[in-house]
Ligand binder design. Sequence first.
Ligand SMILES: C[S@@+](CC[C@H](N)C(=O)[O-])C[C@H]1O[C@@H](n2cnc3c(N)ncnc32)[C@H](O)[C@@H]1O
Length: 253
Amino acid sequence: MFFLVGVGPGPGYITEVAARIIREADCVFYEDYTGPLDVEGLRRVARSEPVRLTRRDLEEESGRKIFECLREGRRAVLVTAGDPALATAHSALVALARSRGYRAEVVPGVSIICAAFSVSCLSIYKMGGVATVTYPRGGVYSTRPYELVEQNLKRGFHTLLLLDVREDGAFMPPRDAAAVLMQLEERERRGVFTPALPVVVVYRLGWGGSALYTTLGDLATSGIEGPAVVIVPSQLSPVERECVEGLARRQAV
Ligand SMILES: C[S@@+](CC[C@H](N)C(=O)[O-])C[C@H]1O[C@@H](n2cnc3c(N)ncnc32)[C@H](O)[C@@H]1O
């Protein structure tokens, strides 16, 4: 049996269900490239030493090590930060396991995407989709964030932007995201990613980070480190406005 288990954004967010399933597993695998993971906390719960898998192990080798465990008739878990299936490619492993005749289940965790909306007090009813801000690959910029934010601003929807992971595994800091978005503006020139654009940045959620309501221009010079998400809010309601304007004064999350 295979379980894809999410343990939330940081220490203390693991659910009782997730802890029980990890405890009962024969093989405990984890990845930490979609979000930082509390490996010490995982060690305290697991019966065997957790094994780290890379993106290559999971995507290019289709989780070979997990299937070796399953083939021996043992229970395997793959543990991730946040919710294990939101904005990851891990659902493919669940589908693959089922197609090979294994039972496979997703154990949801507190999602970084949901938590970012929650701590920002932004209405999920106005969530207009998710895009990722990526570093240029071979000099080519992805224009997906530009197009999505442009449409959403017109329709009154908020846009949540996930930030890239660098080749060396480091999470993109918000200032790099702001620089990429302003580069996109230089190219597209339709007045979307201007320095005055209001943004909410939610950073190091669960790891002593916080949330801040600022502008894209100020974000470009901020010293905030990742991992982080940037939300571009649109047409704030009075409650949303009051709440986000208080963000700078909030305690660390
Ligand atoms: C591919 S998404 C995965 C989302 C995740 N599965 C979830 O639970 O919503 C990974 C991105 O989420 C953001 N992220 C991950 N951990 C974070 C954290 N603790 N605080 C803020 N943002 C985080 C970063 O932008 C990172 O590149």
